[in-house]
Every structure is written in C-alpha cells, then in structure tokens.
Design a protein around this ligand. Structure first.
Ligand code: FES
Ligand SMILES: [Fe+2]
Length: 348
C-alpha cells in the first residue's frame, strides 16, 4: 500500500494557489466545442481553471482566445455565447476587435497619453482537436497534439471517429469537494461494484478484467461490457469496450461501449472546497434517440452516486485529525500516479 498525499493539501488555499500557478496556468484544458464558435464573429465565454476566457472565431475563420477581462477596470467583457461584430465591454463601452486589439474607448481622444496599443485583451493559446476546443492560459504553450499524446490513437483504435461525432448536450454541476477529490474518484473503479450498481451491471469492473494504464500525460481505464450491458443499456455495437481517460491535470474523456459516443469535460477548482464540472456529450447520428436516452440515464445515475461519494470524502478529509490515507497499489495505482505527477508539477 502507498501513503496518499497529505489531506491538508485538500483544504489549504495555499496549495490551490500553487496548483493554479504551477499547473493550471500552463495546462491545456477543454473549453467547449467547435459548434459554439462555428461562424466568423461567434464567441463563447468559458473558464480555464480560475481564469475567465473568451474563445472567438475571427473574420478569417481562425480560433482565438483571450482573457475575458476588460483592460479598463476589469469587467468581464462577455458572458454566455453568441455572435457579434466586436467585443464590447458593457461597463464603459471599450470595444475590442476579434484580434483582441482595443478599437475604441469613449473619450479616449481627450486623454493625451492614452495608450490604445498597449490595452488589448490578453491572448491565450487555443486549438481544436476534432470538435473539441482546448485553451491554455499560457500564450506560448507547446502544441495541443503534444499534450494529447497517445489519446487520439487510443480512441481511433477503439473505434471512435471524431469526425462522425456531433455535440448533443451538456451536463453541469458543482460539488462541495476539492477538485482533487473529484479527480481521484474518477481515477479508480474500486468503488464501482460497491457504489455504482447499474454501471457494474453494464460494465465488467472485476479487478482482473478492468484495465488501468498510464502514459505520459494520460491516465486511462478500459472496461468491456458485461452481458451486453446487463439490461441497463445496450452495450453492444461499434465500440467494443469503454475508455475512461484523464488528460492531466483535469480533463476527462469517456467512451462507453455500444454506439459511437464520447463525453469530455474539465474538473475546475472554484475554491479549495468547491469544484465545478461540465461534461459535453457527443454521438454519431446513427446512435439513435432511444439508445442515447438509456446511455444518458445511466450516466446521470452514476453522477448522482459520485456526488454523494466525493462530498463525503471531502468532509472526512477536511475534518482534521487524520492526516493522510492509503492507496491500494494495484486498484488505485492511477491515483498514486496522479498524486506523483501533481507533486512533481508543484515542485515539492
Ligand atoms: S471596465 Fe470595461 S469599459 Fe470600463
Ligand atoms: Fe464513481
């Protein structure tokens, strides 16, 4: 057995600040899908870790991303999503182009030292992978493909053709738990047979049938259907086995066996004790509404069960007297790996 990270790391605002600076400020994170920024002039406001961000499609058709913070007095420039001619701040109408440049500011001509050139929106890195848009707060980030590593190949081998998928819906939720509690819960299926009866009927979660694999930047689980889905949903079809990946630090990618499907989303720390998640669901057109409904019902059920689990874990960890836990060397080895990558990234 391995000793876990100190539990104080889950309730210390200083650790979160370090994670923000050392990890999230330089990591690619899932921000939304290309359907939200399909047309030139379309934009979507999102969050990358703690940072408010805007992703836009400029007039030339290129994706761009900016910090969603007005350079005047700091208002969020945009909320929601839509289409615009310019990015205008609602506070004093400073107006930015889709290249981030400050185009105009009322009364600026009365200020002799007004430095318009130095007051553009701060650029972030943005790239699309199939229908998925990723943003990295670091404007000089290394390419997204380096971050994705072997994930595109694993999905292709598993029968997932990204070009055949289209966006279906988004599930969102906030949790009274540290983001690492949510992430670590995702990284093991030791709890599945205890806490997820429907999932465990549909997927074979036995220790020797459910595979855990680590690759650079990628922590992966693979599970085959049990009895064709055990009556929970029809797990037979083009996709032979499930794949559940964490792109370190906080993007999850899930594929369930059955019809072509994929869900993807970030685990975003809002504070040391509160976490926001969203998950975008994609399906191929031939998946069929009845199949999709069964699948989503299973996923919803698992989500309800996981909420209860992570909130209980967070409450226990934050209570104080116990200062660390233990990890099973085999069944929880992805958590151990996550904790070691986290420790390396924090440089301590
Ligand atoms: S804060 Fe944006 S225009 Fe004043
Ligand atoms: Fe779970």
């Amino acid at each position: 057995m391995t000793r876990s990270l100190p539990w104080s790391w889950y309730s210390d605002p200083g650790v979160l600040r370090l994670e923000q600076e050392q990890i999230f400020a330089h990591s690619w994170q899932y921000a939304g899908h290309t359907g939200q920024v399909a047309e030139p002039g379309s934009f979507v406001a999102t969050r990358i870790g703690r940072l408010p961000a805007i992703v836009v499609r400029d007039r030339e058709g290129d994706l761009r991303a900016f910090l969603n913070v007005c350079r005047h007095r700091g208002s969020l420039v945009c909320t929601g999503e839509g289409r615009r001619e310019t990015l205008q701040c609602p506070y004093h109408a400073w107006t930015y182009g889709f290249d981030g440049a400050l185009l105009s500011a009322p009364r600026a001509d009365r200020e002799p030292d007004f430095d318009r050139a130095g007051l553009g929106l701060l650029p972030l890195s943005v790239e699309a992978w199939g229908p998925f848009v990723f943003v990295n707060p670091d404007a000089d980030a290394s390419p997204l493909r380096d971050f994705l590593g072997e994930l595109p190949a694993l999905l292709a081998e598993g029968g997932v053709d990204l070009d055949s998928l289209s966006f279906h819906s988004r599930a969102e939720g906030e949790y009274d738990a540290n983001w690492k509690v949510c992430t670590e819960n995702f990284l093991e299926c030791y709890h599945c047979s205890v806490a997820h009866p429907s999932f465990s009927k549909a997927i074979d979660v036995a220790a020797d049938r459910y595979d855990l694999e680590t690759r650079p930047g990628l922590l992966s689980q693979f599970g085959a259907p049990r009895d064709g889905g055990g009556g929970v949903y029809d797990a037979t079809g083009w996709i032979g086995r499930g794949q559940f990946h964490l792109l370190f630090p906080n993007t999850v990618v899930n594929v369930m066996p059955g019809q072509p499907n994929l869900s993807i989303g970030p685990i975003v720390p809002l504070s040391w004790h509160r976490t926001r998640r969203f998950l975008d669901y994609f399906f191929a057109p031939d998946a069929g509404n009845a199949w999709i409904a069964d699948y989503l019902e299973l996923d919803r059920q698992v989500g309800v069960e996981d909420r209860e689990l992570v909130e209980r874990v967070h409450a226990g960890m934050a209570a104080g007297p116990v200062d660390h836990g233990v990890l099973l060397g085999r069944s929880e080895r992805l958590i151990a790996e996550f904790q070691s990558r986290l420790t390396d990234a924090l440089g301590s």
